[in-house]
Design a protein around this ligand. Sequence first.
Ligand code: SF4
Length: 481
Amino acid sequence: MIPRVDSHDFAAQAGAALRRPALQRSLAGLRAAMPGLRAAALAELPDYPQLRARARDIRDAAIGSLGAQLLAFESQVTAAGGSVHWARDAEEACRIVGGICAEAGARHVIKSKSMVTEEIALNDSLQRQGLRVTETDLGEYIIQLRGERPSHILAPALHLGLAEVAATFEHHHRRARAGPLRDAQDMLAEARSELRSVFLGADVGITGANFLVAETGSAVIVTNEGNADLAMTLPATHIVVTGIEKVVPTLDDLGVLLRLLARSAIGEQLSAYTTLVQGPRQDGDASGPRAFHVVLVDNGRSALLGTPQQPLLRCIRCSACLNHCPVYTTVGGHAYGSVYSGPIGAALAPALAGTAAPAGLPGASTLCGRCEEVCPVAIPIPDILRHWRTQARSARIGSAWERRGLRVWRQLAAHPWMYGWTLALLARLLRLLSVPTGPRRRLRGLGPLGRGWFAWRDLPAPDGETFQERWRRRRLRERGE
Ligand code: SF4
């Protein structure tokens, strides 16, 4: 599979992100808080390594029998009075959801946060159909008002500071306020009062699903705000739009994954709300939707089955890999130019149908391996990124300079004597070009070369001998020569 590429340039967008103070403040907060919170939450689980291995096996078993699991799920939903729809791609998924809304005579649709609906651009499609669509997750609501994309899987408005949120509300809300929005509590109250009437007036509620349980036909929806519970119970019709890979065989399996999800995501034992729904309102129920639909979206997922990228389907969208990635936590999500950002986004974007991988995206990683280390389902993201890089090289995607550089590197790496001489020469040259600063010499620039690097940092000059020279001297000493 060869990644398709669009014109979005990761390097250029990353450069712009480095110059946004509000984004940099938010990312500094993320770096400071999230790794510690996750580590503390996982420290409460003495059996974490075993649990992680079990979670990986559960996801692999579900994906290995995907067809059977989904059919079992469908039969349970149907038995409970709901309907399951199968969508091959984004266009078909949007058409199905649009059809359900039309049949329900809907004019106003509310949504809770769902990355799959972002992936298929559902809002645009429904709005073209003349429907009013309102996001009800606070972060999604804010970025909808601003016409932006999410910049984080769980915190879609992470890129914004409080001042930007206040300005957005003051610009978009018609309700006259007694005074300016001073703090987060003011803004929360403002959003809540705006959204209350929206919940009560909606005809259709659309949610995603964190998991689907095959044995019970349950869609499992995990949130911290409770907005999804209102979106799925108040309107007459509830539509779940989710990826086919979200299925797990049993409730026991779900328990294992839930123990890891919130701990990996936000450093909590559980999210505030974990709701299992499995059909429309039954006789005697006090509330709930009259109609219940699940739209299962493929959109490139089944093409991963049986390929080295299949482990991507294990992902439970916890965002731990984003929160620990030195690249994501420096440039934020918008630089990636794809719906899914961070390491999982860089690995997933080239695989999704209808999503051209932005140029340079598989290169948006230091391959340090932290993403794989913190992933609760052990997805080998660095290996998958290496695979996409190889594919991109074979398809001659990327700059000519990069390809020439790699050709030179290949020659050097294939001839150890040439490698040793070149390194020794380079080390001496860099030392010559460096300037003394404190205890050691540092390079401050190389003319037109390495402008991106030297715009933000310098480089310690190589000191003394190269490793190979030292090794050779040691061997000679050992032999008494
Ligand atoms: S790849 Fe792993 S760490 Fe990243 S979002 Fe998915 S499950 Fe979480």
